[in-house]
Design a binder for this molecule. Structure first.
Ligand code: AMP
Ligand code: ZN
Length: 141
């Protein structure tokens, strides 16, 4: 499956992205193209697994650390009042891209009662995603 997967293509650089936040040998972190709020990031394994049922224990342990670091950096970068962490597995649960991913979603008091699963959301204007990604990078610990 990996060869036709949009997230695999982003990881390999076959689709250019100016919204990369972090990568190491196991994990890749970048901004969602249709954010619930600006700063909405995705944490994914570099190796292609479709969903959480398939990912090895050692790898999900490493992804968990990246999820925590991303949550803290996003919160600081956009001065969020809260953070949702979401993971959709299979279409009936809202999974659209079949490469395991965790959503790190900044939330604000003014958001009210929004559905974070609903499709979708905000759009970055030219250059905005890059600057948000840079700001999140600058808060990475
Ligand atoms: P899900 O509905 O859980 O499968 O979420 C898919 C996520 O991938 C959504 O946040 C989309 O905005 C995001 N997404 C889809 N295509 C891209 C892309 N080319 N670059 C960045 N994010 C993407
Ligand atoms: Zn993939």
């Amino acid at each position: 499956m990996g060869s036709n997967c949009i997230f695999c293509k982003i990881i390999k650089g076959e689709i250019p992205t100016d919204s990369k936040i972090f990568e190491d040998e196991n994990c890749f972190v970048f901004l969602s193209i249709s954010p619930v709020n600006f700063g909405h990031a995705l944490v994914i394994p570099k190796k292609h697994f479709e969903n959480i049922y398939e990912v090895p224990d050692e790898l999900i342990a490493k992804l968990s650390v990246a999820i925590k670091k991303t949550a803290k950096a996003v919160k600081k970068a956009v001065n969020a009042h809260g953070i949702n962490i979401a993971n959709n597995n299979e279409r009936p649960a809202g999974q659209v891209v079949p490469h395991l991913h965790f959503h790190i979603i900044p939330r604000f008091s003014k958001d009210g009662d929004i559905n974070i699963l609903a499709e979708h959301h905000k759009k970055y204007k030219n250059g905005e995603a890059k600057s948000v990604a840079e700001k999140i990078k600058s808060e990475w610990e």
